[in-house]
Design a protein around this ligand. Structure first.
Ligand code: AMP
Length: 403
């Protein structure tokens, strides 16, 4: 399916010693008030590409955005501290260049010893980056012979360093990009069936495209979280004080109709954990879905629902997950999400299914459940993962495939 070239293709084309290779990474990592990287997951995922290129003797320039400087040079959005954090992780020096184009970048690359790495300053300091301006992409490309994109999380944006440049230099997918594309292909491209998708979270208004795409592709769609309330209300269930987008009842019915036509079973909660307030350890009870008290709100799925889900998980060959089944940040409304996540993790570990999760709060929810490590793949790509779930073409990936 995928026809992008990988690092193995690049390595098969001859020696890389001394060649200038630009790696588009996502160094846009969270930084705390003290200026330290508070979650280095994205940096860690970049290491295999850097180590492999370095071992082949390439001179590596890392391209990335950081924050939203909107085309201006803003010192507080410099990548310099991230270069230091990357150096610590790699256990070898990483230098820094004050610009991603021109002599500053070119000289810094030339000055590297074979296998050396330099982080080039924030691509978004140039307005041409977000405009995908050809001249900007040409200026970046002028300093190198090869382009590697290892930033799936930035691939939904057609920017100079993610899309434009891929048409100007021989372009390859890095290790992390390759791994992400493989995992996503297994989940929705050519998945083993039955495929069960779980979509939770607060509102359906933010996930309409996603639901529309999934019902056409999966065998069963579990809808949980606040968004299930809108579907339940559309079927005439009284959801009391629950979060609910009553104005989207028609939309919910349309999605159910589309699912029916596509042979996709929609699974809604049959019972719920309800409470009078959205507060940690609020007095709560589990009630059948048609018995939600008028003055209470649904904050999690109940045990009957979890038993139904367990049955679907036992036979599923593929599970795709986005969004929590309840208000997971607040105990005890994490129980539904945690129980289902641990079950999927266990079955994945036993080898009965492939499980792929990602987007927004999902990573936090699976980490909280202690389940993330046993999923086949957990994407930290956020917006790019959601756009992929929506069935959209990601420009950064498409540009690699044409290359
Ligand atoms: P999203 O960003 O759309 O994935 O939504 C995640 C948010 O949905 C989390 O903050 C959850 O607390 C919230 N959420 C999930 N289920 C419910 C519910 N039944 N009622 C209110 N909020 C919920």
């Amino acid at each position: 399916m995928a026809n992008h070239k990988t690092l193995d293709d690049l390595f098969g084309q001859g020696p890389l010693t001394g060649k200038h290779v630009l790696v588009r990474a996502d160094l846009n990592v969270p930084v705390n008030e003290a200026g330290d990287v508070s979650d280095a997951t994205r940096l860690e995922r970049l290491l295999p590409t850097l180590k492999d290129l370095s071992a082949k003797g390439a001179k590596i320039g890392i391209l990335s955005h950081f924050g939203r400087p909107k085309g201006e040079r803003k010192p507080e959005m410099s990548l310099k501290p991230i270069a230091a954090a990357l150096s610590d992780l790699l256990g070898s020096p990483v230098s820094f260049a004050e610009d991603c184009i021109g002599l500053a970048a070119g000289d810094a690359l030339s000055a590297l010893s074979d296998g050396g790495i330099v982080v080039l300053e924030n691509t978004r300091f140039h307005p041409g980056e977000e405009k995908n301006d050809k001249e900007f992409a040409e200026a970046v490309a002028a300093n190198a012979e090869i382009y590697v994109n290892d930033a799936f999380s930035a691939a939904h944006r057609a920017h100079g360093s993610t899309e434009g440049i891929a048409h100007l230099l021989p372009a390859f997918a890095g290790r992390a990009m390759e791994q992400e594309l493989d995992a996503l292909g297994k989940a929705l491209g050519e998945p083993e069936r039955p495929v069960v998708a779980i979509v939770g979270g607060a509102k359906i208004s933010t996930k309409l495209d996603l639901l529309g795409n999934l019902v056409a592709k999966v065998d069963a769609l579990v809808i949980g979280g606040g968004m299930a309330n809108t579907f339940l209300a559309a079927q005439g269930v009284n959801v009391g004080k629950s979060l609910c987008e009553h104005d989207l009842a028609d939309t919910a019915r349309e999605i159910m109709g589309k699912a029916d036509a596509a042979g996709c079973t929609i699974i809604l909660p049959t019972d719920a954990v309800v409470a009078a307030e959205f507060k940690a350890h609020a007095a709560s009870q589990t009630v059948p879905i048609d018995a939600v008290p008028e003055d209470q709100m649904i904050l999690d799925v109940g045990t009957d629902t979890l038993a139904t889900l367990a049955g679907h998980f036992e036979t599923a060959k593929t599970v795709v997950w986005n969004g929590p089944l309840g208000a997971f940040e607040v105990e005890p409304f994490n129980v539904g999400t945690d129980t289902a996540a641990r079950h999927v993790a266990m079955l994945t570990k036993m080898g009965t299914m492939v499980s792929v999760a990602g987007g927004g709060d999902t990573v936090a929810a699976l980490n909280g459940a202690g389940a993330a490590d046993d999923f086949s793949y957990v994407s930290t790509a956020g917006g790019a993962f959601l756009e992929w779930l929506e069935g959209k073409t990601l420009p950064g990936v498409a540009a690699l495939e044409n290359g």
